[in-house]
Design a protein around this ligand. Structure first.
Ligand SMILES: Nc1ncnc2c1ncn2[C@@H]1O[C@H](COS(=O)(=O)NC(=O)[C@@H](N)CS)[C@@H](O)[C@H]1O
Length: 478
């Protein structure tokens, strides 16, 4: 495959997802819904291991709620239902019967979880309650659907929902969630911008929304995670009340934060190259592929296969996800192509030299270079190279993203750069009308940066010329 992800990102992306066996999209006969084949399912499980690891080690408990939410519940928080009503799949019949109350396929689960918390929570001693589930959610997206990026069945949706005694408690939980997300993306080498969404673009029912965005190879920005402070917007209508420490009663203060298949979409997009996937070892379904080099002489051939088997067994015994590709119907070159497409971090080539000498030849997928490794050190060296590979992939991805962000001071410059798919930072007075003007004329306002000094001291608003308060990020988005 000689597709270049910068020239034609969406064709590269769709082709690599399908040809690598990661995600089968576009053939299942429901729009916006794809299939996880065995290879992709393993990658997905390894990515979810990281997310579960980080949530479980910070006091979150995994739960599972029904997929169907009665209309009566979904409507209880007015802003929430207004925000989602155009996106909900409804179940209205059971067998031959019409249902008296239409049931929504959950678009997200604040209403279902708050409803049950009104039974579960009664005392401050139970707070903070930090729950999460990893489930498919359903959104009748009307914008163009795309594999992993914009689905109608968001098959890998991690939604966390927490309840606290106070506004501050929920506020610091949002800060913890942001730290957890930074760790998730850092362990995957995915670069991110962190911005507070403008008030006109926060999650339906939230007091504020903080978003993680990344820059895709085509320069467009993808929102890859969000953290919401929900205040008491759900606990009041759902009567989630608790006895406070000083004997009073109050409604809990809540947050919710979500990740989806877009984590995998950005993993594929930011690291992939013209040969296909490039995967960090921690989430690579196959970490090491061993390719024996065919020998003309029978005895040599036997020795090569024997050494290949020995290395395979040694690595498997040390916990490496290893494949010995001894298919004799394929040339080594054809094998290299296939396993590079699948993003296998290390390839060990075993021929005559490796049998006779005490070194192995290891090809690194990220550098597309070969290194010699002493047989006795292979495990240690693979561990070191795994760390080095993730750092190298992370650094390259971050420097690409940073190269796509420019600070300018005029709308004209901003329009020009956004047209060229840059992310621009503009001085803003903080007024809604100026913000909406930018949204209309330049591009999607991502919001005020939280990951850098966003105060626009001494600057003039790019729209009205008054004193600016903040820099805001603007970009073309998915
Ligand atoms: N149609 C979609 N396809 C793939 N990912 C999506 C889709 N819609 C949203 N997402 C991802 O899911 C994340 C969380 O969605 S959300 O609407 O922003 N937030 C919530 O639903 C909150 N209840 C937190 S779980 C988003 O940041 C985005 O990365």
């Amino acid at each position: 495959m000689k597709l270049n992800k910068e020239e034609n990102f969406s064709e590269w992306f769709d082709t690599v997802l399908r040809e690598s066996g990661l995600y089968d999209y576009g053939r299942y006969p429901v729009k916006g819904m794809g299939v996880w084949p065995p290879f992709g399912f393993k990658l997905r499980k390894l990515v979810l291991n990281i997310i579960r690891d980080l949530l479980d080690s910070t006091g979150h408990e995994e739960v599972l709620f029904p997929v169907l939410i009665p209309k009566t519940l979904l409507e209880k928080e007015s802003e929430h239902i207004r925000g989602f009503e155009g996106e909900v799949f409804w179940v209205t019949k059971g067998g031959h019967e019409d249902l008296d109350v239409p049931l929504a396929l959950r678009p997200t689960s604040e209403t279902a979880i708050s409803y049950m918390e009104s039974f579960w929570i009664s005392s401050y001693k139970q707070l903070p309650m930090k729950l999460y589930q990893i489930v498919p959610v359903y959104r009748y997206e009307t914008k163009a659907t795309r594999p992993l990026i914009r689905l109608r069945e968001v098959s890998t949706f991690k939604e966390a929902h927490t309840a606290h005694e106070s506004f501050e408690g929920a506020d610091s939980q949002c800060a913890e969630a942001i730290e957890i997300y930074k760790k998730v993306f850092d362990r995957l080498g995915i670069p991110y911008m962190i911005s507070q969404r403008p008030p006109w673009d926060k999650f339906a029912g939230a007091l504020y929304t903080v978003a993680f965005d990344t820059v895709m190879p085509d320069g467009r920005v993808l929102q890859i995670g969000t953290v919401h402070h929900l205040g008491q917007n759900f606990s009041v209508p759902f009567e989630v009340r608790f006895h406070t420490e000083d004997g009073d009663k109050d409604y809990v203060w809540q947050t919710s934060y979500g990740l989806s298949d877009r984590v995998i979409a950005s993993l594929v997009a930011v690291h992939g190259d013209e040969r296909g996937l490039v995967l960090p070892p921690e989430v690579a379904p196959v970490q090491v592929v061993i390719v024996p080099i065919p020998q003309k002489e029978e005895e040599q051939q036997r020795k090569v296969l024997e050494e290949a088997k020995r290395v395979e067994e040694e690595l498997k015994a040390r916990g490496w996800r290893t494949v010995l590709d001894d298919r004799d119907e394929l040339t080594p070159g054809a094998k290299y192509y296939e396993w590079e497409l699948k993003g296998v971090p290390f390839r060990i080539e075993i021929g005559k030299k490796e049998v006779e000498g005490d070194e192995l030849t290891v090809a690194r997928r990220d550098l597309k270079k070969r290194v010699k490794v002493k047989k006795g050190e292979i495990h240690q060296r693979l561990k070191e190279m795994s760390d080095d590979m993730l750092n190298n992939m992370r650094e390259r991805a971050w420097s690409f993203m940073k190269s796509r962000i420019k600070r300018v001071r005029s709308l004209e410059e901003a329009k020009e750069l956004v047209e060229k798919r840059y992310v621009v930072e503009l001085p803003w007075c903080g007024s809604k009308e100026c913000g909406l003007r930018v949204d209309e004329e330049v591009g999607r306002v991502l919001g005020v940066p939280l990951d850098e000094d966003a105060e626009a001291k001494g600057e003039r608003c790019a729209v009205c010329g008054r004193e600016a308060k903040w820099w805001i990020r603007v970009a073309k988005t998915y």
